[in-house]
Design a protein around this ligand. Sequence first.
Ligand code: CTP
Ligand code: CA
Length: 223
Amino acid sequence: EALNAGPKPLAGKKLLLTAGPTREALDPVRFMSNHSSGKMGFALAEQAVALGAEVTLVSGPVSLATPAGVTRIDVESAEQMLEAVLAALPGQDIFIGCAAVADYRPLAVADNKIKKSNERMVVELVRNPDILATVAQQQPRPFTVGFAAETDNVEQYARDKLARKGLDLIAANDVSKPDQGFNANHNALTLYWADGHKSLGHSDKGQQARLMLDTIADHLACQ
Ligand code: CTP
Ligand code: CA
């Protein structure tokens, strides 16, 4: 394939990434989740292989084929995703948190299917661990990249996440615009790092992934 013929700026590099949604169980037959398709993470995995990386993809439930050459680990919940990421982390050069991890999970998971009763029902939720921030706190740690899906104040919220989670780079996504972000085939990312930024224009997720990985490779080469 023509994709695999070009330069290999990630040759010899190990990349770990998360993709897709998580599912947070309420009982044996129900869960909370979100609309993440996994397309951006799978595009990053595919393009990273083309650029020469050794790729491990920890994925929530998605209906996408595993790109050739990618080691895929399937998980459901945020807690399972964190466990799989920490197990795969030693020796990784790059981590990209692309998954739409549920911020909360139901406090209690019922052993049996919950029967309906009252007209109203309250479900108590608890915060999930932050997988990306946990990776960024490891010592040693890989070059750590996050995403920020925002509907407003995109640069401010993205830079805030970059600093608060201690990331090397963040890819911001304005999800208020049509045909970019959640479930779309295209994206229009802007990359931010401590002393710079780069807009990637509007293109399909494969092209966005390629441009993003080129920028990451440039940063690694300068370390
Ligand atoms: N992320 C993560 N673990 C979580 C929540 C988020 O690893 N429990 C990662 C996502 O994969 C993404 C980044 O953190 O790379 C930002 O996710 P986002 O939902 O935009 O930010 P949050 O920190 O969850 O803040 P909020 O949802 O309040 O904007
Ligand atoms: Ca969130």
